[in-house]
Design a protein around this ligand. Structure first.
Ligand code: NAP
Length: 387
């Protein structure tokens, strides 16, 4: 029987919810682009309930225990005394979400002698040292697409929040003020601006599609070009490299994975090429941006605003400079963890586990690493460090 170690974020401060803001959720037929939704044989949870926190258990307990597996769920993941560190040595399967990642470094993977499968409940497996996973022939899978549109919606919200100066204006209301001039002296229309994405995959393309009706000029840069039909439909301008993209746009949104090619790619040099008064929205990964370079660009007012929900490390310490820099609209890592998305990725994790225990193939689009190589989505989107 297998030992499954699942690292999830903590329950709400007020306790696990007894009721919810809405009674139901819209049902989708497919993902945008046509990929079918997760299709496990059954689910043991109520879609719309909080599944990603410790008490939600991704809705997996009864399924795993009926099969006789040992299922350990914890939020305690930091340091050598943590439950995660102690249970890691003989775990067969590890599950975590990017919002509260169980960082599987080279050292931790070396210490996990039984590990065969790592599942990301969500999208983005950069918290796992993929080179080591390849070396140790550990399978890595994620629930591709499960929260792509959740993130795209969040990025669109943040672009509008920055350009329209929403957060400071909201604060004036809460504080009892009516500071029209203070609010509007940093507020612009998005209409007519140049908006570009680095990475035009599921999320990046979702953002472009959603912004198209806003009357903006759309740009992108990616390793591979989109089809001519999509470029034409959205009137997209393709840029061969990030420099060309960054110096053209008013708003840059980052939607590529974090891997050796993209780590720290938004640095001082690149920021200086951007127009004064540009905005950056990064819902991809914190380390794609150089931390100090972003703070400096905001303090010198070269950037007009920065928003996103991704940090390094996570959770961000109380003194993380991005909590206190000017003109930011950061949230904790939440964009891909809506209740809607949780229902999809919890079902996707169950689908992956069902395939694993039945010795059946895991869907190719879920796979990042298998049999000692990058495969599926992993082969398409990731690179590994040279050892
Ligand atoms: P995706 O469909 O795989 O798209 C990523 C795109 O980035 C792909 O088109 C990929 O190119 C491109 N890319 C990779 N390396 C690049 C580079 N060096 N320069 C330019 N483009 C590059 O993934 P997705 O679902 O859109 O997700 C994107 C990322 O968002 C994830 O990796 C994850 O880090 C992040 N994410 C965040 C949240 C959140 O809650 N904030 C949730 C989900 C995902 P090719 O595929 O053409 O090689």
């Amino acid at each position: 029987m297998a030992k499954i170690l699942c690292v999830l974020f903590e329950d709400p401060i007020s306790g696990y919810p007894k009721n919810y803001a809405r009674d139901d959720m819209p049902s989708l037929l497919n993902y945008e682009g046509g990929q079918s939704l997760p299709n496990p044989s059954s689910i043991d949870f109520q879609p719309g309930h909080l599944l990603g926190s410790v008490s939600g258990e991704l809705g997996l307990r009864s399924y795993l225990e009926k099969l006789g597996h040992k299922f350990i769920v914890t939020a305690d993941r930091d340091g050598s005394d943590s439950v995660f560190a102690k249970e890691l040595n003989d775990a067969d399967i590890i599950i975590s979400q990017p919002f509260w990642p169980a960082y599987l470094t080279k050292e931790r993977l070396a210490q996990s002698h039984n590990l065969k499968l790592v599942i990301t409940a969500g999208v983005g497996s950069d918290h796992i040292d993929l080179s080591s996973a390849i070396h140790k022939k550990i399978t890595v899978a994620e629930v591709t697409n499960s929260n792509s549109i959740s993130v795209a919606e969040h990025a669109v919200m943040m672009i509008l929040a920055l350009v329209r100066n929403y957060i400071p204006s909201y604060k004036y209301v809460v504080e009892g003020g009516w500071n029209i001039a203070d609010c509007v002296s940093k507020s612009y229309d998005l209409e007519g601006m140049h908006v570009g994405t680095l990475g035009a995959g599921r999320i990046g393309l979702g953002i472009l599609k959603r912004l198209n009706p806003f009357g903006v000029k759309l740009h992108y840069s990616d390793k591979y070009r989109l089809t001519k039909d999509i470029e034409k439909e959205l009137n997209l301008t393709y840029h061969e490299n990030i420099y060309s993209l960054a110096q053209t746009v008013d708003v840059l949104t980052i939607n590529c994975p974090l891997h050796p090619e993209t780590e720290g790619i938004i640095d001082d040099k690149l920021l200086k090429k951007m127009r004064r008064g540009s905005y950056i929205v990064n819902t991809a990964r914190g380390n794609i941006c150089n931390q100090e370079a972003i703070v400096n660009a905001l303090q010198t007012e070269h950037l007009a605003g920065y928003a996103g929900d991704v940090w390094y490390p996570q959770p961000a310490p109380k003194n993380h400079p991005w909590r206190h820099m000017p003109n930011h609209a950061m949230t904790p890592h939440i964009s891909g963890a809506t209740l809607s998305a949780q229902a999809r990725y919890a079902a996707g994790v169950k689908e992956i586990l069902e395939a694993w225990f039945a010795n059946k193939p895991i869907r190719k689009e879920y796979l990042i690493v298998q049999n000692g190589e990058l495969v599926g989505t992993g082969a398409h989107s990731y690179t590994t460090r040279k050892s």
